[in-house]
Every structure is written in C-alpha cells, then in structure tokens.
Design a protein around this ligand. Sequence first.
Ligand code: HEC
Ligand code: HEC
Length: 368
Amino acid sequence: MSKYRKLIATTALAATLTAGPALAEKLGLGRPALPEEIAAWNLDVSPDGTGLPEGSGSVEDGEALFVDYCAVCHGDFAEGVGNWPKLAGGEGTLADKDPLKTVGSYWPYLSTTWDYVHRSMPFGNAQTLTPDEVYAVVAYILYSNYIVEDDFVLSKENFLDVEMPNADGFIVDDRETAEAHFWQDEPCMENCKETVEITMEAAVLDVTPEETKARKVQEMIDATNPANKPAEAKVEEAAVAAEPAAEEPAATAPAAEEAAALDPELVKAGEKVFKKCKACHQVGEGAKNRTGPVLTGIVGHAAGAAEDFRYSKPMEKAGEEGLIWSEDELHAFLAKPKAYMKKTKMSFAGLKKDDDIAAVIAYLKSFE
Ligand code: HEC
Ligand code: HEC
C-alpha cells in the first residue's frame, strides 16, 4: 500500500515540478503546490523504516491514549467493539474459511501499522496524534497482540527489531516465471470461438434488481418514512394494516392442508437443492419464465406447456406426444437431463443423488 502511495506522491511531485506550473499558468488554473503541502502529502513510511520521524512511545502511555482515542471502536484491548475492526487476535486463523486478519495475525510490516494509524486514525479525527503518540499507540497494539512485553518502548531506533508474526506470510509474485509455460502460446485475438451464446443473464441470477422490484422497495421506504405523511393518516393506516392480518389464516388454510401430505423436512431439503435450479427457474407466487420455464405446478403436469416459454424442439414434441411430468419421469429427467432428452435446452448436468432428486420433487410439489 505504501509503495503505491509513494508512487502517487512521486508522480504528483514530478508533475508539479515539470509540466505543472507552466501548464497551470498557461491555462490560468491553480498554482504550484507549496513545499509544506507536498510535505503534508509525503508522509508514507516504508517497510525499511524510511519516512519514520524521530520519536518514541511506551506501551504504558499507549494504553492510556488507546483508551481515550481508540477503544470506543476497537475495544480496550484492541479486540474490537461490535463490527468495528479487531486489531488483535486471530493467530493461526489465516488458513480458515473465515480468517481473522489483524495487525498481529496478518500484517507483515509494522510500518503499515504506524503509517495507517498516523495517516487515518482516530477515524474521523485523522492526523491529530503526534509522532510520539503514534509510537505509543502502536506499541500498545503490539502488546495487545502479545508481540512485546508491557515495559516495551517503541522508537525510531528499535522499530525494525520488532518481529511481526506474519512477516514471512507474503511472497513475491513469481507467476511470470513460475507459470511461464501458460503464456507461451500466441494468444488468439480474433474469431476464437465458432459461436457465441448468451448462457445466463445478470437479471436471472438476481444480480441486478428488476426495475419494478427496486421501485417497490423505494415505495416501501417512502411509505415508512414518517416525514411523508400527516399524523391522522398514520392512525388510519395502522387500522387498515391490522385488517388483512386477521383474514390471513383463512386465506392460507387450503395451501397448508395440501402441504400436509408432504414431508416438511423433505420439502425443506428440496428448497436447498432448488438453489441449483434457481439461476434458471422460478417457482411459486409471481414466478416468471427465465432461462428456464416457470415450474409452479409442474409435478403431474404436461411437459413443455409453460405459457410464452420457447422450449426446445424435443421438449415441445414430448409435450405434444403427451409426456406428463410424473414423479418417475421427473426423476429420470433430473438425474441426467441430456441423456433423458437429447438436445433439451436445459444446460444442467443433473442431480447425482437420488435423495436430492426426491427432495426437489417434494419441494416442487409444495407449489401446486
Ligand atoms: C470511530 C471509530 C474509530 C476510532 C475512534 C478509531 N478507529 Fe481505527 N478503524 C475504524 C474503522 C472504521 C476502520 C476500518 C477503516 C477502513 O477499512 O477503511 C479502522 C481501522 C483501523 C486499523 C486497520 C485495521 C485493519 O486490520 O485493517 C487500525 C490499525 C486502526 N484502525 C487503529 C486505530 C487507532 C490506533 C485508533 C486510535 C488512535 C483508532 N483506530 C481509532 C474506526 C475507528
Ligand atoms: C442453466 C439453466 C437451468 C438449470 C440450472 C436448470 N434448468 Fe430446468 N430447464 C431449463 C431450460 C432451458 C428448460 C427448457 C428445456 C427445453 O426446452 O428443452 C428446462 C426445463 C425444465 C423442466 C421441464 C419444464 C416443462 O415445462 O416441461 C423441469 C421440470 C426442470 N427444468 C426442472 C429443473 C430443476 C428441478 C432444476 C434444478 C435441479 C433445473 N431444472 C435446473 C434450464 C435450467
């Protein structure tokens, strides 16, 4: 990070010294940066200690400063409050699925901690700490990570002696040589594929909210904003809102009755399996055709019959010839779609486990 910053700083400096002033004058824009301004920008500290100012600070002083300026967010012991970042802990978690990356467990250079704290903390009051205070606070963060003892004093002189636990955890990117064999072929730059097909759309994957959905959410937000309605209207609406709730049990009763024939556990398992289908299929209330047809009521229904869906020729034909999606037929289809029906448009490898197939069929049955 600090290398990057330095690059920007040097580039900005070079630009200021060369093209900057002349161009600015010509265009009547701006003025050359003052040396103080450049100095204020140029405060990065490198892993080798370049950029560190003179100074020092003890764990003891750091603790008092930390409690005053940092603990509200990062906790008294740098353990983090709520969702604010934890600055300590996490040793040995880097290979976990959900690693805890802190100054102690992850950061390879102490200079990053010094630079970060000096440059941007306390959050919202950045750059209010003196160099000595930053040394002290950094010493305290080290202490919280069991890297130094409580009588430790951090200074410019001993800065590089501190051993960061993950110092060797980063490697130089050597892919250019280590993976050179991948890059030897001339890259294909035109007509590389015979045909190009769109296999999926962002809207199908629900990456992009539909406009109507977004509008609905906005309406809900507007509706719940007290600023948007007069006081009496609110009372009235509360009364209205209470009514449909009272009717609800009656409205859902038939569905509940039907579902009772199904094993709820199995339906639940099927809902999970259906995640594999969701990229292409919708089911239930408000379901629409996507890459695949709507599947509401599909169990026991004629094949190829969803309204306005363009099926493949073989699926259309199967429907015309009377194929009904009985549980057995569905089972065979879902196990190996392409083997069951050559040239079906359903680009899905199939479900390997019989249990998964039974579960997803039960789930589909719960939407009649
Ligand atoms: C008001 C809350 C708040 C206060 C007070 C605060 N911080 Fe932070 N701190 C944050 C937030 C938020 C981040 C993450 C910022 C980001 O990711 O852009 C952060 C990040 C950090 C990090 C980097 C953590 C990481 O692993 O990325 C360090 C180190 C840090 N703070 C030190 C301090 C120190 C030292 C103080 C006191 C001098 C302090 N902070 C005061 C909110 C706070
Ligand atoms: C990559 C997209 C995709 C995935 C994933 C997918 N399907 Fe399909 N599905 C389709 C398409 C396209 C069709 C239409 C096939 C045709 O016309 O040949 C289809 C057809 C069907 C049909 C026949 C519908 C009818 O109206 O006759 C059923 C049943 C079905 N899929 C169930 C499933 C289930 C269950 C899953 C998950 C286990 C699944 N599909 C996963 C795209 C997909």
